[in-house]
Design a protein around this ligand. Structure first.
Ligand code: MRU
Length: 350
């Protein structure tokens, strides 16, 4: 992705998003000028990827504050609490969403003593800070993770954990980008990522834009590729990493982790500390978003299964910590057992 192409940005009176449903064929902007539109855009996956939806929700809070007719700080705080509940409910698995709206709400409460205008200013300032910090965290993940890429540099990734899924630069793609920029050999095997095709549509496009060599494969080719020695390691992103290191990410990630273990390959998770949730002890407690079965029975709006067939669509799965070689964060690389390292990473974050 070019540095100029932004995932999410603020314009006075609107949260702006590149429409990820239309990529790679069209680069269109969706301008959300009311809270309901921001909530819809998150739910409909106009914007997707855990850090990117966190940034979007933070700006959604700023929009709610800007549009509010509240006359007192208490009234405005009550509206922002409601806005947070609305936004958080849109995608339950990615913890970055509630983390970002929580951070914004905290700053709104701090500013409340100084009046309604002070709350509005504080909320927008915090949203800008969340976006800027996310970009910085992604670059730091790139620094820490690049050294883990084996010499031949054949990396398998799943879904899109690139610039489009963040404020820019990405998480799983960050070590790859950094290694490539430094002249290291890299070749990325990109899972197409059924059913929403984030790999085929978004990751393949981002890597192509950056000039990074890639091979697009269907999800069910991963085992074959590993067995014939085409893959050196796997790097994926995360939607929620809980206290013991169990990690929720796009459906299909768990299968890759099992395959990587069976073939003796390192399996890395790359994520900023905003994706860590120490409130949950283990992965079975992570809420898994169930999306519409129509996203499975249809491809590009076209029915590909018998009409009326029953289909399931869990959008995420959980990879148990024992299948994860290391977790790459902006603070450094965390090795098993993960609990202590995760606590330290969270302890240092805002
Ligand atoms: O359903 P999506 O496209 O929002 O799922 C995205 C993923 O699973 C990503 O791997 C994860 O959010 C990390 S993005 C840096």
């Amino acid at each position: 992705m070019s540095e100029e192409l932004r995932t999410v940005w603020w314009e006075p009176g609107a949260v702006c998003l590149i429409d990820q449903r239309r990529l790679p064929h069209a680069q269109e902007t969706v301008r959300c000028s009311e809270l309901a539109a921001v909530a819809w855009a998150i739910n409909a996956m106009v914007v997707r990827g855990a850090p990117a939806i966190g940034c979007t929700a933070a700006y959604g809070m700023a929009l709610a504050a800007e549009l509010s007719a509240a006359g007192t700080p208490d009234e405005l705080l009550a509206e922002l609490e409601q806005a947070k509940a609305t936004l958080d409910a849109q995608r339950p698995t990615a913890v970055n969403l509630a983390w970002a709206t929580g951070r914004v709400l905290t700053q709104a409460r701090v500013a409340a003593a100084h009046g309604v205008a002070a709350i509005r200013a504080a909320v927008l300032t915090e949203a800008h800070a969340i976006l800027a910090e996310d970009l910085a965290m992604c670059h730091a993940i790139g620094e820490h993770g690049a050294a883990l890429i084996p010499p031949r540099g054949h990396v398998l990734t799943h879904c899109n954990a690139g610039g489009l899924a963040t404020a820019g630069y990405g998480t799983a793609l960050a070590p790859i980008r950094t290694a490539f920029t430094r002249g290291r050999a890299v070749h990325v095997f990109v899972d197409e990522t059924r059913p929403f095709l984030q790999g085929a549509r978004l990751t393949a496009w981002e890597l192509q834009q950056a000039g990074i060599p890639l091979t697009l494969i269907t999800d069910n080719m991963a085992g074959y590729m590993m067995r014939r020695g085409a893959i050196d390691c796997v790097i994926v992103g995360a939607d929620r990493i809980v206290a013991n290191g169990d990690t929720a990410n796009k459906i299909g990630t768990y299968s890759l982790a099992v395959l990587a273990r069976a073939h003796g390959l390192p399996f890395y998770v790359a994520a900023p500390s905003s994706t860590i949730d120490l409130q949950l002890a283990h992965g079975d407690q992570i809420p898994i978003e169930e999306r519409s079965a129509a996203e499975v029975t249809h491809l590009g709006g076209q029915l590909i299964a018998p009409a009326g067939v029953h289909a399931a669509h869990p959008a995420f799965d959980v990879t148990p910590n024992e299948l994860i070689t290391a977790i790459i964060t902006e603070r450094g690389v965390i090795y098993p057992p993960f609990s202590e390292g995760l606590r330290a990473a969270v302890g240092e974050r805002r």
